[in-house]
Design a protein around this ligand. Sequence first.
Ligand code: SF4
Ligand code: SF4
Length: 495
Amino acid sequence: MNQPPPDNGSSLPVLPGGKPPRKEAAGNNPSSGRANEALLETPDHVLSTLEKDGSRRWLRPKLSTGHWWKRRRVVAYVLMAVFVAVPHLRVNGKPLVLLDIAARKFTVLGKTFLPTDTVVLAFLMLSVFITIVLVTAVAGRAWCGWACPQTVYMEFLFRPIDRFFEGTVGKGGKPKKKAAIWQVARVAVYLVLSMFLAHTFLAYFVGTERLAVWVRSSPLTHPMAFLVMAGTTAAMMFDFLYFREQMCLIACPYGRFQSVMLDEQSMIVGYDPVRGEPRIKGKRVEGDNKGDCVDCHQCVVVCPTGIDIREGLQMECINCTQCIDACDSVMDRVGKPRGLIRYSSQDAIARKPKKLFRGRTIIYPILLIGVLSAFGLAIRSKSSFDARLIRGRGAPFTMMQSRQIMNSFNMRLVNRTDDEQQYVISVASPEGASLEVVDDEGLTLDGGMTALVPISIRFPNTLTNQGGKSEAVLRIKDGSDNERLVNFKLLGPRQ
Ligand code: SF4
Ligand code: SF4
């Protein structure tokens, strides 16, 4: 039979194992901590957005407008502006970023990559991945707290809207404006903003020109694009209106990998228990042996992920610095130095020396330099067109009259420029081999286009008398005199 929780002077039950109970963020669901006799006590805290009975614990954090918040706000608004501006920016007449999945062309910094650029794209992805791992090892979850779109939009766009329409500006907690009209207005503003963001998101994939045409025409003329926009709007509404901080707590894979990417020297937002404990409310007097933490819970009520930083490093912490600002303002009021919660590292908090050079900070930069160098070389080796020879199906060769042999191929040409190009193919070696292009028109390609051009090569059978094969080279030139040589083998009968 379940024993009732011991009375600890709080409405919250004591968790088994002696762990202190998790306190509520300001104005969270008042049902938190209510006894439900029909349910077994949960063994421990599971998730900061769950009540013990499994229902949603809505977080309405208070806002702490300290110096870190002011800096983050500047960064957030700059990032929001960048996100909207990027699809409109051009480099040499090309979009700064355009991920045209339908045409399978990806333009980054004005440079277009094609699906055939597998190696280049692989190096690019690898360098992004290593950069993320390196930055995390050094600066912890700086990305989550400062630059992740989820945090940026949630904390600096949608939560301020909540506070405005719910009448809790700066206070957090339960809505003060209860009339339904305020909630309807709030959802309407969410919808307009989500639609705007969905259109911006779509511009990254279809370009601003095409998007402008679509916006002015009926959805029936571009139903798929309209469905993508509507789906993205719905996903944003679901995320920012309902799912919220659970995206960081449950869904985000980056957050889940923190425990392997951080080490004891990585930068974190941490509480200093050496200075703070024992935490006791009330005034301090000289020699009373109390810690600096006055147990005011301000660091808890401001936390957008609903955790208590004083319980140590937790995966839920997105390093948003709100608890630093809240605690600094408390320290100012009680006349203690700031920094009881601060940017630090696990080792620094444990009073261990700082180590700038360690395995991760040596190996990751070396790897990154290597991959970036390979990426640079791969880009430089790319010419203005690709040419690949594909041997024709069926018989490897055809015996012709006058002791001539014919080999059939398809030449796959990719025009990597933005202009129309005319290509010329010739046999560079061996002497005596001649080329026939079945369809000359296939050698003229619009910018960014690909063509498969059937060609055949005739040669005297003496070339393949020795072993039935002979080395050969084709020369392909474009209108700007760029040249590529393609090596291949001529096949003929063995003598
Ligand atoms: S805000 Fe600072 S003083 Fe208040 S409970 Fe948190 S750590 Fe302690
Ligand atoms: S513990 Fe502090 S830094 Fe971490 S998420 Fe909560 S408020 Fe932000």
